[in-house]
Design a protein around this ligand. Sequence first.
Ligand code: HEM
Ligand SMILES: [Cu+2]
Length: 559
Amino acid sequence: MSLILPTSPPESGRVARWLASTDHKAIGILYVLTGMVFMLLGGLEALAMRAQLARPNATLITAQTYNEVFTLHGTTMIFFVVMPMLLGFSNYLVPLQIGARDMAFPRLNAFGLWLTVMGGLLLYASVLVGPADAGWFSYAPLSEKPYAMGEGTDFWIAALLFAGFGTTLTAINVIVTAIRYRAPGMGLWQMPMFAWMAFVNAFIITFALPCLSAALLMLEVDRRLGGHFFSHGGSALLWQHYFWLFGHPEVYIMILPAWGIISEVIPVFSRKPIFGYEFVAGSSVAIALLSFAVYAHHMFVVGLGRPVNLAFAASTMLIAIPTGVKVANWVATLWKGSIRFELPMLYALAFIVQFTFGGVTGVSFAVLPIDWQVTDSYYVVAHMHYVLMGGTIFALLSGLHYYFPKVTGRHLTRSLGMWSFWLVTLGFNGVFLVQHALGLMGMPRRVYTYPDLPGWGLLNVLSTLSAGLLGVGMTMILWNILRSLRVGEVAGANPWNAWTLEWWCASPPPPGNFTDLPPIRSRRPLWDLAHPEDTDADRPRRHDQTHGHIRPEEREHHQ
Ligand code: HEM
Ligand SMILES: [Cu+2]
């Protein structure tokens, strides 16, 4: 029997067309939606853990279940919330910001998305057989047989292999797109800040993810084919080397696009170009390189010896410099700007404060004696949540409020947005600020319960109550999104009066994005277009001292 091919594609419904789309905008939106669904799951897991930890000696959740929930939570948040959301932003924004019609390889792009989704499904399918319980870092030999006998760990390995491969494909796409598809007139040094960060980030992904994939494969060989890479005569520490050689660059993978979002929002809502563009972009390159040279700061207590520890302590301190450069540039951009306290800006300001705080505790760990005291305590939990949630998630929320009008054509509702902003900010700080104190008082991390020592119960219950507030705030954001899709105030092409190309096309952008492009002669083509008498291209030195780094024209323009 011969196969008869249809002459025209079968009629399909709207949902099917969305799912089969290779348009970078549809893929970007699907990535973000994927992240949101998993965030709901990861958030519920967090609440379950906080409920168990609210009181000393609690028995709400057994030790085994706690370990499973804790592994699901960490894995979900990192691989299936933060990564897909950031990739979603990259997918949606990079072509628009550089004036391209799509990504370089649209089908590969769709493939990457579905691999990631498949990974997430595999992770949650493991719930049926008993999920992995060795933490998101799955230290050997805990992740090896006979310590993890069930199939949960195998599912976990497969989930991360799928997601990692999908992520790498997307990264390659971003690199090629940024190199080959920039609009005429846009050099690399003219790319908008977010596109820059996504570009640099894609290189980190391309080099870091294979370390994880290799380690995962070796672990599976150990588990199923009788290998001994990490146990039975192999080295448990070898796993940690592989894992953190991926794991530390991974933390930068999770922060660079967030920096990109902040570097878009701060200038637009201060009505000033970003201060020190070259430094903000260049410091990211420094960070990308250094991020591979600091990884053993996660291993200060495993006994690598003094010379190794000192070298990694030094490189860790060094990486704080390019990070600090960025913070300094954002503050300098804010300085004497005419600031508009809209929701994207509020989240961005909260980001700066919280991220800097988390960065400072990070540097404190680089001091060996401090790390020896606080490692594996709640102090580390506090640090990582300040950078990951107070940093990355807040940047994503800033970006969500900033780009929602572009993506949907409507604004998010401001009053509801204000309530959720304050709930989320108070809730977040309430949950994690006290955990610094708990860590310093000696409360270990990765435990399902704790004894009734002086002060521990009180601080823990405060943390749990704040988690409730945070949950309410996040739910309100979700509600705001759903509601504003229907009733939000209609936004034009450029509702925030911004300067980069994504604000040139309609909201939402049509298929193919652009019918025409403005002339691109500087980093802010839309500013140039609106102010032919005073373009960035003609006057690149724009920090006018007498007017405090802001052009008088801009002040008038927006007051
Ligand atoms: C100034 C920058 C930073 C420095 C110097 C720094 C330093 C460190 C150090 C030394 C540790 C190991 C602590 C220990 O286990 O004893 C650590 C843990 C951690 N950091 Fe950072 N960090 C920085 C920024 C970030 C950023 C930007 C992120 C993520 C967005 C991040 C996420 C994490 C996570 C998730 C852990 C815990 C990993 C685990 O054990 O599961 N850090 N940091
Ligand atoms: Cu690290």
